[in-house]
Design a protein around this ligand. Structure first.
Ligand code: B12
Ligand code: SF4
Length: 470
């Protein structure tokens, strides 16, 4: 079958230019099974979907979407139907709410697949081609006589070494400008690929929407990761690599072994970063030294809050402030750039708890700090708590993007306006009101090359945002 795997253009995520890695995995297994497959990422294409579909004669359109992009995914599916294609949706939002997309308002969606889909996509395409039955496709949601049929659940890939590397060669890599839209990549025009060395995470942070990869941690073997890394560096000429694991360092020994193997195989010449963040409590000084020697340039940490009680009882992060302090100290000592991710406005937050977070950020002094407003993604404990005791006041799924700078919920004894005020305060105090830091930044060459995006970002913190109505 001729399959086009697509990611919609994001109108809510203005600087998004990163690889949709899940599509690469699906493309790879489809290719292995003899199907003609291409990736269409609307964020970087210069041709309309119609042109590509007509030229390639694609019959099936598979679209991926996180929650904030689901409206764009539906639009794309409509276009697919107009072009006479069969449409199937998958990815994070579909894993949370598959039935929504098969409701009567969405005739443009023929099928939805929930969860990891390397196995399902093959079963599904086989069934469409008459080599199996739709009933047997794991994770498939579909319609029969106007009713939604829910198949047996999809299965997490048990041994990740058994699946092929993602089809990195299908990405138009020179069009992807950065690995980390929140912070900019290491270099603006890098050939920046991403790699995932493990899937899943056993922690249960209450805001985290991790429906796809589950609560078990499944590492790839070091040898298997090195094989892909070598392909990226030697054959595809990567100049920057980003690790996108939920938690790549869960097993400290394996993390160290991976670093040693990068060094032993001469792959430490290409800089890499941890995109999603590392977990501070599975680290020691030696790990950061090894990471540095293995080519790592920048590490990110989910710090979240400077208030111990919010961290322990509300976020349930499973880490202490001292663990965070140690991780930053070790990373700085190893000569790594650091990023800190912080959340504002979890339930039970007050002006005082958020003030502690700002002070903690100033104390840790990461090279880059990202302050985010708490966002209640469906399926999270945070979402359930707010639904029970308060009110979510997002108008549409688009409001769930980080760049929507408005409070998304209210609870008794919770003041959304204070949350937004403290959040803006954090950016100002971290980035602007410290003359030494401002001078450091202005004296770097990158400050001037990145000025347009810096100005665009800065506007967000000084122009008051409207609150969404309920
Ligand atoms: C890395 C990452 C990012 C990076 C990407 C950087 C990069 N250069 O790659 C950055 C920082 C840009 C990012 C941004 C965002 N992210 Co993010 N991200 C991740 C992370 C940690 C890993 C993604 C990944 O590489 N997965 C590996 C691949 C193999 O898995 P996959 O893409 O899910 O694909 C599999 C299945 O989903 C399925 N599938 C996927 N697509 C399709 C399509 C079809 C047709 C089918 C059938 C199946 C299918 O099959 C694939 C193979 O098994 C995930 C957490 C996670 N573990 O999923 C969060 C995650 C996906 N992100 C999340 C969010 C919320 C966002 C943002 C929306 C944040 C925001 N509020 O703005 C933005 C959205 C940007 C965008 N336009 O897409 C949430 C999504 C929750 C939700 N309900 O949608 C997650 C789950 C994090 C979390 N735990 O809360 N993210
Ligand atoms: S935020 Fe990170 S550590 Fe917490 S559950 Fe999600 S992936 Fe795991």
């Amino acid at each position: 079958m001729r399959v086009l795997l697509a990611s919609p253009e994001s109108y809510v995520w203005s600087t998004r230019k990163h690889i949709p890695l899940g599509l690469g995995y699906l493309a790879s297994v489809l290719r292995e099974h003899g199907h003609a497959v291409a990736i269409y990422d609307a964020a970087i294409e210069d041709e309309q979907l119609e042109t590509v579909v007509r030229r390639g004669g694609y019959e099936l359109l598979g679209i991926t979407a996180p929650t904030p992009l689901i409206l764009d995914a539906w639009k794309m599916a409509k276009e697919g139907k107009r072009l006479g294609m069969t449409t199937v949706l998958g990815g994070p939002h579909m894993t949370l709410l598959p039935e929504e997309s098969l409701g009567p308002e969405h005739p443009e969606v023929d099928y939805a697949i929930k969860g990891e889909a390397e196995e399902s996509i093959i079963e599904f395409v086989d069934a469409l081609e008459g080599r199996g039955s739709l009933e047997d496709v794991h994770g498939l949601y579909w319609r029969r006589n106007g009713e939604i049929v829910v198949n047996q659940p999809s299965r997490l890939v048990p041994n990740l070494d058994n699946i092929a590397y993602p089809a990195h060669d299908l990405y138009k890599i020179t069009r992807y400008t950065n690995l980390q839209p929140l912070t900019d990549g290491l270099q603006r025009n890098a050939r920046a690929y991403t790699i995932v060395t493990s899937r899943g995470c056993p922690y249960k942070c209450t805001y985290c929407s991790k429906p796809i990869t589950g609560n078990t941690w499944r590492p790839r073997s070091v040898a298997n990761v090195i094989g892909e890394w070598r392909w990226l560096v030697k054959d595809l000429r990567a100049t920057e690599i980003g690790l996108t694991d939920d938690i790549w360092n869960l097993k400290l020994d394996r993390a160290k072994d991976l670093c040693r193997a990068l060094i032993d195989n001469g792959l430490n010449t290409v800089p890499w970063v941890t995109i999603h963040g590392m977990k501070v409590n599975h680290a020691d000084a030696e790990l950061f030294q090894l990471m540095k020697a293995a080519g790592c340039k920048r590490v990110g940490f989910g710090v979240e809050s400077g208030d111990p009680q919010i961290l322990r009882d509300v976020i349930k992060k499973g880490q202490t402030l001292d663990m965070v302090r140690n991780a930053f100290r070790w990373a700085h000592a190893a000569g790594l750039q650091t990023m800190g991710f912080f959340i504002f406005g979890m339930p039970h937050e007050t002006e005082e708890t958020m003030e502690k977070t700002i002070r903690f950020a100033l104390e840790l002094d990461p090279d880059l700090a990202t302050f985010m407003l708490a966002t209640p993604y469906p399926g999270t404990e945070l979402y359930r708590e707010i639904k029970q005791a308060g009110q979510v006041f997002a108008d549409s799924w688009e409001d769930f993007a980080i760049y929507q700078d408005k409070p998304l919920f209210s609870l008794p004894d919770y003041d959304p306006d204070v949350v937004v005020r403290k959040w803006r305060d954090a950016y100002r105090r971290f980035y602007l009101y410290r003359p030494k830091r401002v001078w450091q930044k202005v004296s770097q060459k990158s400050f001037w090359t990145e000025l347009p995006s810096t100005v665009a970002n800065a506007r967000r913190f000084f122009i008051p945002a409207k609150r969404a109505s309920s």
